[in-house]
Design a protein around this ligand. Structure first.
Ligand SMILES: C[S@@+](CC[C@H](N)C(=O)[O-])C[C@H]1O[C@@H](n2cnc3c(N)ncnc32)[C@H](O)[C@@H]1O
Length: 224
């Protein structure tokens, strides 16, 4: 992200933090269900190893780390955020976890993890430069940083009843085409909220003799 957009985005979230303190409102969640739903969608990337490592891009106050811990995950967590005040507040909330202030797009950011998550972050449109280019750079870098898979959300431009000036809206089919340039194993979900896309990108494209991806796992059917 260019320096000016970064400064403005930092100012935006620092303003929320100042107004609301280290709460969900400071990371722009208006209610708990909305927040928990996003985290559940991200964690639904697949059955994650209990000890797998996680990089949380745009970690904010570390709520997603708490969500994973609360569900029994015991692996190594690193949250990265461009906003130093967010990082400091996250460290104060969750002292034992890892948080760094930084930009994953910088060349020296090379921290690889099994899973890379990015919730409610790349949907925030940088005010300057080409937002599409920024989005693609972020997704590409996240895919470079994962050993297993990436999960991120973004707003769809198909739903026009919900629009905010500072959000980025994408054509789901264009996004999908871009994702296929990175990997053949892609999931694009639009099954939770009409304007919210959740994307999973998987690294391992090895297949068995039936052409089934070797690391694919079936889910037990659920009947309600
Ligand atoms: C809406 S909050 C979401 C926080 C967290 N992901 C969650 O869902 O609980 C967005 C956070 O992403 C950070 N952010 C925005 N763009 C970023 C980028 N390119 N790299 C790292 N952090 C970024 C902001 O500073 C802010 O703390």
């Amino acid at each position: 992200m260019d320096g000016q957009s970064r400064a403005e985005m930092t100012e935006f979230y620092s303003g929320l933090l100042k107004t609301h303190g280290p709460t969900k409102e400071a990371i722009a969640y208006s209610n708990e269900k909305q927040q928990a739903t996003r985290y559940a969608l991200m964690a639904d990337i697949g059955p994650m190893g209990r000890e797998s490592s996680v990089l949380d891009v745009g970690c904010g106050l570390g709520h997603f780390c708490e969500y994973l811990r609360g569900h029994g995950w015991g692996g190594k967590y690193l949250g990265v955020d461009i906003n130093p005040e967010m990082v400091q507040a996250a460290q104060e909330r969750l002292g034992g976890e890892g948080f760094v202030c930084g930009d994953i797009l910088s060349e020296d950011f090379d921290h690889k993890s099994d899973y890379v998550f990015c919730g409610a972050t790349i949907q925030h449109r940088p005010k300057h430069g080409d937002p599409q280019e920024y989005l693609e750079q972020m997704v590409k870098k996240m895919f470079e940083l994962t050993n297993v898979g990436v999960a991120f959300d973004i707003f769809s431009d198909r739903e026009i009843t919900f629009r905010r000036e500072h959000h980025l809206y994408v054509d789901p089919l264009e996004l999908l085409a871009f994702c296929y340039e990175l990997t053949g194993r892609v999931v694009l979900r639009n099954d939770c909220r009409p304007y919210e896309l959740m994307v999973y990108l998987f690294k391992d494209e090895n297949r068995d003799d039936l052409n089934i991806y070797s690391s694919w796992t079936s889910r037990t059917p659920q009947f309600i």
